[in-house]
Design a protein around this ligand. Structure first.
Ligand SMILES: CC(C)(COP(=O)(O)OP(=O)(O)OC[C@H]1O[C@@H](n2cnc3c(N)ncnc32)[C@H](O)[C@@H]1OP(=O)(O)O)[C@@H](O)C(=O)NCCC(=O)NCCS
Length: 178
């Protein structure tokens, strides 16, 4: 992982670049408005990976009681396989571990071999399917869990050499359990 990549809090100024990455990496992309709304949710967290003032990736999660749900993750195509997805995931996990959070979960398209490989490497395991969860094209979701966040926080594979979480925003998750 090059030292030139930094993980920072996502802010409004990042949204154009984040949305540009989302459009080319997600077959059913979030809207720019949704990313903007996430920045204002007390129980959500969004971070950006920035290299030489350019956003090269992003990650989003939602706190839900003692669990966190990774809601989005993307790396610009020409920056993939450089460890940036691992860095982002690691940063989200590190921050969650500082709260009373014990587990992380997410959904991933069944056909998304790259993301599933990343998550498995990180310690997530398959825990079931949500039939027809995704649109455009319709596809099942694989539900994955990392039941013990300490396994991620202790570092696995290349993620262990990645940078640390950005500074925490406010007092932490205050939203309702969803
Ligand atoms: C999934 C994604 C975020 C991974 O980001 P990345 O920066 O390329 O990931 P990393 O470089 O940290 O990869 C870490 C490990 O994940 C696995 N991996 C990542 N991409 C892979 C691929 N295309 N094929 C197989 N394994 C892959 C490998 O084990 C890799 O380690 P290695 O490079 O040493 O072999 C990126 O491919 C992406 O943005 N995809 C489109 C959006 C998406 O699918 N988001 C997830 C939605 S659930």
């Amino acid at each position: 992982m090059p030292d030139s990549v930094e993980v920072v809090d996502m802010v409004d100024d990042h949204l154009d670049e984040v949305f540009a990455i989302e459009e080319v990496t997600n077959p059913h992309p979030w809207s720019r408005t949704l990313f903007a709304a996430e920045l204002r949710q007390a129980w959500s967290r969004s971070i950006a990976a920035v290299e030489r003032r350019t956003v090269v990736g992003f990650g989003c999660l939602m706190y839900s009681g003692a669990e966190v749900h990774v809601t989005n993750l993307g790396v610009a195509p020409r920056h993939q396989r450089r460890g940036i997805g691992s860095l982002l995931l690691r940063s989200l996990a590190d921050e969650a571990a500082t709260f009373d959070v014990t587990a992380m979960t997410l959904e991933v398209r069944e056909s998304n071999a790259a993301a599933r490989a990343l998550y498995e490497r990180f310690g997530f395991v398959d825990a079931g399917r949500r039939p027809g969860y995704y649109a455009s094209p319709t596809e099942d979701a694989v539900v994955m869990w990392l039941r013990d966040l300490r396994l991620a926080a202790s570092g696995r594979g290349r993620a262990s050499s990645a940078g640390s979480a950005p500074s925490r925003r406010g007092e932490g998750p205050t939203g309702p359990a969803l």
